[in-house]
Ligand binder design. Structure first.
Ligand code: IFM
Length: 439
């Protein structure tokens, strides 16, 4: 393993989402989904990490961890509990939280929408309703007017493709549908909401000296043919790539609508992102299957590949493959807005971090402007339908006592943040065991 050295302006951070850590909110679609019994371990985001109450303690931990930046989400339902009615308490809470981050010189990257929304929005039909765009923009305007003086970096929408796949194809997330027409409607609205929010945020902040950066956190995967010699597996991989991520990258990045989202440039040709956000976790091996009209592909894990506790393949090289492609296409700074793994024992997380940062370091050496790395996640939290049972945290959390514990990975990451290097000596202290494999 090599020593890695990162540039002085490279920022290391952590990422979280409001619903996954805050607890205490019942006015959102995910609380309702949990109440309906959809969470595998029967936990609820009502508890999570009680971060809403404990944010000072958590920010103290982030400061000790030494991160340069932190990606946090806002809970829309706390800020706009009823349509058009904003909560003073909600926005003041975030003012306080973000001010505290800044006091510790931790640069905030704020996510405006990360899978959860108010119940009133869900009841109106969520993103399927055309009015969703104006509803979202009203919320964005309020937030940027109130928080803009503290925040210059924004993610409008997190992983629209994941929300749509689980919510409208598999039906395991709210709104729990299996309806491709509804999915396409919702997808169009999400893309348009981003395009208009991008323009609005810049409009609101145009007089400010500090540049405002706005982008999307895209969930990006590598799709490759299960069988190298099977043309149909190749074709199915390309199609998966196009449908799962290609149409969102082009739609949200350049305002270019591709089928089935539409055609042309409804908002005009342009650039609608200041960085490309990459949430990278894994690769899928694609096998063509003929089972019309539902399926044309199966997503499989490569034979003998290392996997995490959720069975996701660990494939660090995929990060480079995606980053190179995005740089070639968009010529914009790249932020790794999420990267991390589910590892109950914290057995292979340090190795995972090293292997992915090695890819980042090689990309930088090749002149590709990867500027930030946000580890997903700061602390074990509510992992959507997995509930409390899928720990991705640098810190462990005991949900009964709400005690936070430093993991070996957190200590490793602390040294990485402090020194912007990974030395052989650090590797010998922190990287203890390699990955589990399927075989
Ligand atoms: O926890 C999620 C996060 O909310 C979005 N990206 C993937 C993470 C791990 O599944």
């Amino acid at each position: 393993m090599e020593t890695l050295v990162f540039p002085k302006d490279f920022l290391f951070g952590t990422a979280t989402a409001a619903l996954q850590i805050e607890g205490g909110d019942t006015n959102n679609n995910w609380y309702q989904w949990a109440q309906q019994g959809h969470i595998k371990d029967h936990s609820s985001p009502l508890r999570a990490n009680e971060h809403w109450k404990r944010f000072k303690e958590d920010i103290q931990l982030l400061a000790e961890l030494g991160v340069h930046t932190h990606r946090l989400g806002l809970e829309w339902s706390r800020i706009e509990p009823k349509p058009g009615t904003f909560s003073q308490e909600g926005i003041e809470h975030y003012l306080e939280e973000i001010s505290l981050l800044r006091k510790h010189t931790i640069r905030p990257l704020v996510t405006l929408y990360h899978f959860s929304h108010p119940l009133w929005f869900e009841e109106k039909g969520g993103w399927e309703n055309e009015e969703s765009i104006q509803d979202f923009l009203r919320y964005v305007r309020f937030v940027v007017e109130k928080l803009g003086h503290l925040v210059s970096d924004w993610v409008t929408i997190n992983e629209p493709n994941v929300f749509l796949s689980y919510g409208y194809v598999l039906g395991t997330w709210p709104p729990g549908k299996q309806d491709s027409q509804a999915m396409i409607r919702a997808a169009r609205h999400l893309v348009l909401a981003h395009l208009q929010a991008y323009t609005l945020i810049h409009e609101l902040r145009k007089k400010e000296k500090e540049p405002t950066l706005v982008g999307v956190a895209h969930h990006l995967r590598v799709f490759s043919p299960f069988c190298q010699f099977c043309p149909l597996d190749h074709l199915a991989s390309l199609l998966n790539d196009y449908i799962f991520q290609g149409i969102f990258l082009e739609g949200m990045g350049r305002g270019r609508f591709l089928p089935p989202l539409g055609v042309g440039y409804p908002m005009g040709k342009g650039r609608f992102q200041d960085f490309v956000g990459i949430n990278y976790y894994s690769r899928d091996k694609i096998q063509f299957v003929w089972n019309p009209p539902e399926l044309f592909a199966k997503r499989l894990v490569a034979k003998n590949a290392p996997t995490n506790n959720l069975g996701w393949e660990i494939y660090p090289k995929g990060l480079s493959l995606l980053a190179k492609r995005l740089w070639k296409t968009y010529r914009l700074p790249l932020f790794i807005t999420e990267n991390g793994t589910c590892d109950k024992e914290d057995a292979f997380r340090p190795q995972f971090i090293y292997d992915h940062l090695k890819e980042v370091s090689e990309l930088i050496a090749q002149g590709i402007p990867v500027k930030r790395y946000y580890h997903w996640t700061f602390i074990d939290n509510f992992e959507w339908i997995e509930g409390e049972s899928a720990p991705f945290g640098l810190f462990a959390n005991n949900y009964d006592t709400q005690t936070r514990t430093w993991r070996n990975s957190a200590r490793f990451y602390q040294e990485i943040c402090r020194t912007r290097t990974i030395t052989q000596e650090m590797l010998s202290r922190y990287v203890q065991s390699a990955y589990h494999s399927l075989s």
